[in-house]
Write a new protein. Structure first.
Ligand code: EPS
Length: 378
């Protein structure tokens, strides 16, 4: 499976092409729209979210909602269109880069004096396409009872230590949250923190946790570095704009602990087969899924655009100037978590298809059942 996204932040459409996706999978457009709606929500999002009404048009790859095995093309129309492929556009050029954004390295790399030509593609608006692809993958995975959820762990230095029981628990708790959070007490403080940053014309990052349940033991492999499941997941999560850290299971905590106190001991029972009573590994050992829930964490840096701008230098005259102030979010960790779910769904689907084949859902189901039967007989 290959996934391509295209489109500029203020171009006419954002588009996604999914190639190599199995034939015979039912895809509900409403499911994708729901995921897009989740991506737009969360306290701290900017004014653009009130302008857009992200909804998909699926223009290839489906017949009567069922995938044909041909490339799937998904379009999302932008409401805030300012650059047109034909006519002269309405956007002013920008020449003072924002620290921490792609502005300066992008302008240098592409020998560009107008930062507008860099930021239009570097904008996190591109993640609309990823959420679309993720939502398609999620619907494939549900055929095998593989489900994905996420929650906000922290905003700035307000960190929740509440651990969910399972995905059902996460889903029921985030329903009432304005920040994709499972800890109502800490959520209040997180919202206050965002409001303070808003008043101070500042920005914030955060931490989110992603849970993936139902993955059988055996996805990914140590046989080659790029097929390790943890490597693939980390790569996909790290590719989300503003993500600067990824942890699998205990992650950085492992480094402070002894093996005797940190490794998941192995048990066996006739009903469960092999199992662990702890899951510090985050459900992946040796680059292979263990069958336990996969647990990942991402750290997002504060949004790069500040309304109280930082020091910068004008690209044209090289004089010191304050960075460009443009419309942006104050905090987007809740949205980032939804994007992370989508990226995780892509990575798991790729590894799943690698193991069980990729032509048709019915063939994949046969291969999966045969493998699952073997697991039961262990
Ligand atoms: C975003 C759309 C963008 C930004 C934001 C996220 O729209 P606009 O630039 O028109 O306000 O609000 O992008 C960034 C944070 C960024 O750094 O580029 C979106 O749809 O998620």
């Amino acid at each position: 499976m290959r996934i391509l996204t295209a489109g500029e932040s203020h171009g006419e459409y954002l588009s996604t092409v999914i190639e190599g996706f199995p034939k015979g999978v039912r895809i509900e457009q409403d499911f994708i729209n729901q995921e897009l709606k989740r991506r737009m929500s969360g306290v701290g999002r900017g004014k653009r979210m009130f302008i857009e009404d992200d909804k998909v048009e699926i223009v290839s790859g489906l017949r009567n909602k069922i995938t044909l095995g041909s490339p799937i093309t998904i379009l999302v129309k932008n409401n805030d269109v300012k650059i047109f492929s034909q006519n002269k556009d309405e956007l002013p050029s920008l020449s003072v880069p924002r620290p921490a954004h792609a502005d300066l390295p992008g302008a240098i790399k592409y020998n560009e004096a107008d930062i507008r030509n860099i930021l239009e593609r570097a904008s996190a608006r591109e993640t609309v396409g990823r959420v679309c692809a993720g939502a398609v993958c999620k619907q494939f995975l549900l055929n095998f009872c593989i489900d994905i959820a996420s929650f906000t762990v922290g905003v700035g230095n307000i960190i929740s230590s509440v651990t969910p029981k399972n995905i059902l628990d996460i889903k029921s708790k985030i329903r009432a949250s304005q920040l994709n959070c499972i800890d109502p007490k800490k959520e209040k403080l997180m919202i206050k923190e965002i409001e303070k940053a808003q008043t101070g014309r500042d920005s914030l990052g955060g931490i989110a946790e992603i849970w993936i349940e139902g993955v059988p033991c055996g996805l990914g492999t140590f046989m080659h570095f790029d097929r390790r499941l943890d490597a693939k997941l980390s790569c996909y999560l790290m590719s989300i704009p503003a993500v600067k850290g990824v942890e699998v299971g205990l992650g950085f905590q492992y480094a402070k602990m002894r093996g005797s106190l940190s490794h998941d001991e192995i048990y066996y029972s006739k009903t469960k087969g092999f199992y662990r009573s702890t899951n510090n590994s985050g459900g992946i050992e040796g680059g292979i899924s263990t069958g336990e829930p996969i647990i990942l964490r991402i750290a997002m840096k504060p949004i790069a655009t500040l309304r109280r701008p930082l020091k910068s230098v004008n690209l044209i005259n090289k004089k010191a100037e304050k960075a460009q102030v443009i419309r942006s979010d104050t905090c987007a960790i809740a949205a980032c978590a939804v994007i992370a779910e989508g990226m995780s769904a892509m990575a798991i689907t790729e590894s799943f298809l690698e193991k069980f084949g990729s032509d048709t859902l019915s063939e994949i189901k046969i291969a999966y059942r045969a493998y699952a039967k073997n697991l039961d007989n262990l």
